[in-house]
Write a protein of this length. Structure first.
Length: 324
């Protein structure tokens, strides 16, 4: 990986945060071979110049909640306003404007059937500048979620990753977030690296209880700590959504193959107009062509591929309101 802004240590720090986003600066420094002051300085710079944010994410797949990817064909001069309005909703993620500004693509994780129906059957159909709605319900995740994209580039050695990983064992049984855990999760959704004293203050619970509940949430998979950053700052400015149709028999094999491709940051089987929705992150459109005609195009069972290149990414995990 190459970047005109950040060096190898910055990339190693990003990768380390994908492995364990709550690791202390001291622990990160020990693994990366630098001081904790250096890690803190690089972290602040990544936040200021690379769009780095560390936040908790509720894993809808583990929680058994609905996930949808929607394509909205819009009147061209309305796409930004529609995308901004959607970005302010807490149940949306990965919002982008594509197709020359005539399409808004976004993911949504409704908390309840009522919230889903309010968006899909209520607000969107009544939006006058939305010309067409295509809805794809996520069925199975092949790659993404708690698995970070940077891990595919082997920025860190295996022993470094092992030193960063917590020893938490995945808990048996269903993942869930209890009502009394909501203040804790909400605080981590604002800042995934919030310290235990801060989490104790906002939840009104003892530090030992906060530690125990957070460990339980992470072990069950109900919540994971994720990182976002501007991929263009590490040399990958182009992102595209791939709408892939396969034969039914090839659905699993194509999805598993996509999970191994360096270009793919997320891939999931869907119910809807296509079989799989994937997100590719690449250096330029020439590399997108090479990927579509090469590693992707050679997969057995592929029937149709449509690509939507993001003109602008409005939201990843958090929404930074544009300056007016």
């Amino acid at each position: 990986m190459e970047s005109d802004i950040f060096d190898e240590l910055d990339l190693q720090l990003l990768d380390a945060l994908e492995v364990n986003a709550r690791a202390s600066f001291a622990r990160l420094g020990e693994v990366l071979g630098v001081s904790d002051q250096t890690v803190a300085r690089r972290y602040r710079r990544l936040c200021a110049e690379g769009g780095l944010r560390v936040v908790a994410v509720r894993d809808a797949e583990r929680l058994g909640q609905d996930q949808w990817m929607l394509r909205l064909r819009c009147v061209p001069d309305s796409a930004q306003a529609i995308a901004d309005a959607l970005a302010q909703r807490p149940d949306t993620n990965w919002i982008g404007i594509a197709s020359g500004g005539t399409e808004v693509i976004f993911g949504t994780r409704p908390r309840s059937p009522g919230d889903r129906d309010d968006l899909l059957l209520g607000k969107l159909p009544r939006t006058p500048r939305v010309l067409e709605i295509r809805a794809h319900q996520m069925l199975h995740r092949f790659y993404g979620g708690p698995t970070g994209w940077l891990s595919k580039f082997r920025v860190l050695a295996d022993d470094q990753k092992a030193a960063l990983r917590n020893d938490t064992v995945r808990a048996a049984g269903p993942a869930r977030i209890d009502p009394e855990d909501e203040p804790l999760v909400a605080a981590l959704e604002r800042d995934g690296r919030a310290g235990y004293p801060e989490l104790q203050r906002v939840t009104g619970r003892s530090e030992s209880t906060v530690k125990r509940r957070l460990a339980a949430l992470l072990a069950s998979g109900a919540v994971y700590i994720d990182v976002e950053y501007h991929s263009e700052t590490i040399g990958y400015p182009v992102a595209a959504v791939l709408w892939i149709t396969t034969t039914p028999a090839a659905l699993a094999s194509v999805g598993k193959a996509l999970a191994t491709h360096d270009e793919i940051a997320h891939a999931a089987a869907t119910a809807g107009p296509c079989s799989i929705v994937a997100t590719a992150v690449i250096r330029n459109t020439a590399d997108l062509y090479t990927y579509l005609s090469g590693p992707l195009g050679r997969l057995d069972g592929l029937q149709h591929v449509e690509s939507s290149v993001f003109l602008r990414r409005v939201k990843q995990l958090t929404y930074q309101r544009p300056a007016r």
